[in-house]
Write a protein of this length. Structure first.
Length: 182
């Protein structure tokens, strides 16, 4: 056996110190990895919340289109009923009171969307913008029952739909222009 001149006690201390340093480095790597995973998990949750809010707002806009299409709303209702406005009289779409659930709300609650997915029901409002005579607008709008030619110009509507996500922290507002010919 060869003896390096060091007693066995010194060798064990060096191995312990080396092991502790390696454990410290591995612990730091594990903590940094956990923080990264936690941040990524929050980002994914925020994206999902935004997607749910957007889908609910699109659902509300489609419900408004169906109300116009099925003629459950008449031109005489605009300016008289809640959520139905004449041109340039719609409330501020960024104000919280416009989309509140209370009796003083300036919007209409959409029905049928699974409310278990949302903190509050999606809402919409419809603004009657008048007859659409610009041919470019007519070509770019979703207009039902309009063949052009000698028919009267279609009536134009601006639909604004709002929804929050599951947590209530995410909000989405979409705007749709809709035309209805006679």
């Amino acid at each position: 056996m060869t003896n390096s001149g060091l007693s066995p006690g010194y060798q064990y201390g060096a191995a312990l110190l080396t092991s502790l340093l390696i454990l410290l480095v591995l612990s730091l790597l594990a903590v940094a990895s956990m923080q990264s995973v936690s941040l990524q998990e929050r980002m994914v949750a925020a994206v999902r919340d935004g997607q749910i809010a957007r889908e609910a707002a699109e659902y509300a806009a489609r419900e408004a289109e169906l109300r116009l299409e099925n003629e459950t709303v008449t031109l005489g209702d605009f300016g008289v009923k809640t959520g139905l406005y004449n041109k340039a009289t719609a409330p501020d779409i960024y104000a919280a009171t416009t989309w509140s659930n209370g009796s003083g709300s300036a919007s209409i609650a959409a029905t049928g969307f699974p409310t278990s997915e949302l903190s509050v029901s999606p809402r919409y409002l419809i603004e009657h913008v008048g007859q659409v005579t610009n041919e470019e607008l007519i070509n770019n709008m979703a207009i039902s029952n309009y063949s052009g030619g000698g028919a009267a110009p279609p009536e134009g509507f601006r639909i604004i739909a709002w929804s929050s996500g599951r947590t209530g922290q995410t909000r989405r507002i979409i705007e749709v222009y809709y035309g209805k010919g006679s």
